[in-house]
Ligand binder design. Sequence first.
Ligand code: ZN
Length: 293
Amino acid sequence: MSEPLEQWIEAHGEGALWSAFSREALQDGERLLKDQAVLDCSPGGQGFFARVQADRRHVYSVDCRIHPLPSPRPMTTHCGCPEGGACCHAVAALLFYLGRRTTEGASSTNPAVHQWLSELQSARDAAPSSRREVVVYLLEDDGSGGLLVTPRRGRIKRSGGYGRLNPFQGLRRAPAELLTADDRRLLRLLPEAGSAIAPEDLLFLLEAMARTGRAHWQTPDTPPLTADGPAAGGFRWQVRNDGSQQLRPAADDGHKLSFAGQPPVWLEPSSGRFGPLDTGLAAPWWSGPWPRR
Ligand SMILES: [Zn+2]
């Protein structure tokens, strides 16, 4: 967040920002934000610039100039719409600006902005814009009943799918625009490269990856993973690579793969669906550490 705006919020609270707008502008601005009408927003001048899609035919440029303390007003907004500023487009741009900066951990703002932000974020994740570079989560079997995740980065193709995938070099080296808030949270929770997901985290992390719409089984050509309900299964002995045997969860449906988790998880590569595997056993039997190499 720009220093002057942060100072303003600290000194006067967020009410100081919103008092400059009418109730209608605030309500309409919130709706514009939810509708993802803010096309882009970048710092510039003495504040930031944004473009807001007002309707099918009109995109308005908003220029928000943030005044340093002790100026009596926090900001001046200019907009290309007939109102000229202090309008719903300026509200949408400001909400977007505050929310987006908040995801980067720079500051905390009010819970309403957080909620708008998370809705905005999930909507974006569901329908990422063409050509945007994103993180893709590729999943595979670790050979002993565990699940490995390899994050890669690639651009979304206009025709759907991704362009060539490149290695993901880690959170700290990733450009800010690559990662959504969900990606940041997920990448902090995923195990190191080459390590399987911990059994107690398996279903939770699969669901979180599925929500991005960018998790796939083995290759990005398979359907994105989607959470589904429980499937019936049990436990079977399987021979490992070293010849020893291991008791593993197994779905009754032979098209479904199974993974050791608490609960065990089924996954169908052809459809990308997954869910908890109902083995008919009471939780305490398998809730201890799963036998692993
Ligand atoms: Zn306007």
